[in-house]
Unconditional design. Structure first.
Lengths: 194, 47
């Protein structure tokens, strides 16, 4: 039998009219998408839970004070609230203490430039080029898997679908590719460090 | 090797907030009532 679910707008209407169960249904229906959205930006479970909670506190307050107008849809509206709270979170964390330059204290004593130097850049470019040359020497099937995994960031499932072999075969080819690369590197004493 | 094979995407579809958070929200909602007097909105939290 088909399971007919009430639309969001009806649940919102019921909640505003005093049906607390409607809020529970709305949260259950959308918690995964909203929490997932927050976590994708924050990458911290505790902070994501806090922002999820703050989002729904705003939702509850707005609905209870009858300030919500059904112009847009419920989910995009909640997502917008969480998006704004995420921005607030990043703004709050960006606030830096103010330092003033004095005779005893110079700002440059605590500031440093972490970007790589020209020399480091040249070395890493060289390493990158050497690795590419080594990869070119691999057997075609191994090279294919390695390039898809490392340079195109594909999963082994995707690689196996594209190349038409099982996931285990793809994993095996990757393993042999890495072993062969190590062998060549050891044999020719190639230094691949920055 | 392990590092390469264990790479996972950041967001999984089953991500959910903690049960305590949802439970808090439902209780908060039950406890909260808003009243409006002379264009001023007041929040009342009942224990």
């Amino acid at each position: 039998m088909a399971n007919i679910q009430p639309p969001d707008a009806l649940l919102v209407q019921n909640y505003v009219a005093g049906n607390e169960e409607a809020l529970s249904t709305l949260i259950k229906r959308h918690e995964s998408r909203i929490y997932g959205f927050i976590y994708s930006k924050i990458s911290d479970r505790d902070i994501s839970n806090d922002i999820f909670q703050d989002t729904f506190i705003k939702v509850i307050k707005t609905l209870k004070s009858n300030s919500y107008n059904e112009e847009g849809k419920f989910l995009p509206w909640v997502m917008r609230i969480s998006h704004n709270l995420i921005i607030d979170h990043f703004r709050k964390n960006k606030k830096m203490p103010l330092f003033r330059e004095t005779e005893e204290f110079s700002i440059f004593s605590i500031m440093s430039d972490d970007s790589p130097t020209i020399e480091n850049k040249i070395i890493s470019d060289q390493v990158e080029r050497d690795i590419k040359k080594l990869i070119e020497e691999l057997p075609l099937d191994q090279k294919e898997v390695l390039v898809m995994r490392m340079y195109q960031d594909m999963s082994f499932k995707e690689i196996s679908e594209i190349t038409g072999v099982s996931i285990n075969t793809s994993l095996g080819r990757m393993r042999y590719a890495l072993m062969n690369l190590r062998k060549v590197i050891d044999k020719h004493q190639i230094v691949l460090t920055n | 090797m392990a590092k390469i094979y264990s790479k996972k995407s950041l967001v999984t579809r089953t991500m959910k907030p903690r049960k305590e958070v949802v439970s808090f929200l439902l209780n908060y909602s039950k406890a909260l009532s808003m009243i409006e007097i002379d264009n001023h909105s007041f929040e009342i939290i009942s224990n």
